[in-house]
Ligand binder design. Structure first.
Ligand code: AMP
Length: 246
């Protein structure tokens, strides 16, 4: 079984996000970048399937400028067999990312495509769903458990107030939730070996026009300092008289 995992390079989740002075987006210059955490979970799941001898090949794909190759090397160090870089300086929106991935999938024919449920920079939560739609493949989103048997994937999805179990016929698209697994760290020898591995290039075959435009980006409003109250009575009084919510 062949698995394709898409990995976006994003601002490391430990970094305090700063909005660019002109509000055109988030500052990424001189900022620590890393694989999108949900994509690291996607890769870990693929590696586990390979360790169980269910998968035979893992292909990692990343779309972005030259530094995404670093993220692909991390994927190779963790167990991806091949890495495909789609070079571009543009920040494509989810529909266009899905169209690019569809082109690669049509060429590679993977049995399973694993994406993160969302990229933590744009928080769109759209690419996996759009990709499944474009491919006309079954989809399982927000997956917290995955089982593969007899050309079928059984997935447990995290839904509001509970869990849903679905059976999908392969090939299928799944997107990962936080509880699917805990990704491992690559070992030093594997990081060294990954430096020597080739990274393939895939050029975007068509002109992809944007459908949306970011008009502005802003920081969340600064929260007012809280106060400590000495009794429940004082709290109720403040909620009534100051906050006026009672
Ligand atoms: P989004 O819909 O933007 O929240 O992204 C959902 C998922 O799509 C991510 O977790 C990635 O798996 C994939 N994805 C989005 N953008 C890229 C990209 N530039 N390169 C590779 N994968 C991507």
């Amino acid at each position: 079984m062949k698995i394709l995992v898409s990995i976006k390079r994003v601002v490391d989740y430990n970094v305090h996000i700063r909005v660019k002075a002109d509000g055109s987006g988030v500052e990424t210059h001189n900022v620590k970048m890393a694989a999108n955490p949900f994509d690291a979970i996607a890769l870990e799941e693929a590696v586990r399937l390979k360790e169980k001898k269910i998968a035979s090949e893992i292909i990692a794909v990343s779309i972005g400028s030259q530094p995404v190759q670093e993220t692909l090397r991390y994927a190779l160090a963790l167990g991806a067999d091949r890495a495909i870089h789609v070079p571009t300086e543009k920040n494509y929106e989810p529909l266009n990312i899905a169209k690019i991935l569809k082109n690669i999938i049509t060429q590679e024919n993977p049995d399973l495509i694993i994406l993160g449920k969302q990229a933590i920079d744009d928080d769109c939560n759209q690419t996996g769903q759009m990709l499944a739609g474009l491919l006309d493949y079954p989809q399982g989103t927000f997956v917290s458990k995955l089982d593969i048997q007899n050309n079928k994937a059984t997935v447990v999805r995290e839904v509001d107030g509970g869990l849903e179990t679905l059976e999908l016929l392969l090939p299928a698209v799944i997107t990962t939730d936080l509880r699917l697994n805990e990704p491992r760290y690559p070992s030093l020898p594997n990081i060294m070996k990954a430096k020597q591995k080739p990274i393939e290039n895939f050029n975007i075959p068509e002109t992809l026009l944007p459908h949306t435009e970011i008009l502005s980006t802003s920081e969340p409003p600064v929260r007012k300092m809280g106060v400590k109250v000495s009794s429940a009575q004082e709290l109720i009084q403040k909620l009534k008289q100051e906050a006026k919510i009672l």
